[in-house]
Design a protein. Structure first.
Length: 119
């Protein structure tokens, strides 16, 4: 059995300027995964940098509120919502609330630096 605790995950600033902690990644543990799972935080008033991944991504909003931008569309996002981001879509998210915007990021196939383009 494999269990990973968020507090044991190293925090780092991602290329898009969000604060990430990777919970599951096939390169970080001996797991047979095709995807990666990360915990993301964006502070109030902050917007992540526009970027593209060549993989599909899902954000699951856990806390806060924001404005999600995917290509030429934008929509308010709230806790309990999942957002699908297609491969190669320009994306960024803005924290429009007064508390941290916290969400999970699922990338399939697993996220890799060389597959991300900051715009």
């Amino acid at each position: 059995m494999f269990i990973k605790d968020l507090k044991d995950c190293e925090e780092f600033i991602a290329g898009d300027n969000s604060v990430l902690r990777e919970l599951l990644h096939p390169d970080k543990a001996d797991l047979k995964l095709g995807y990666s799972l990360a915990h993301a935080v964006i502070n109030p008033g902050i917007t992540s940098l526009p970027h593209k991944l060549n993989a599909s991504e899902v954000y699951y909003i856990m806390q806060g509120e924001g404005l999600m931008h995917i290509d030429n569309e934008e929509s308010k996002v709230l806790p309990g919502q999942a957002v699908y981001i297609p491969p190669n879509a320009e994306q960024y998210i803005q924290n429009t609330g007064t508390v941290d915007l916290i969400f999970l990021c699922i990338v399939d196939p697993a996220w890799r630096l060389e597959n991300e383009e900051i715009l």
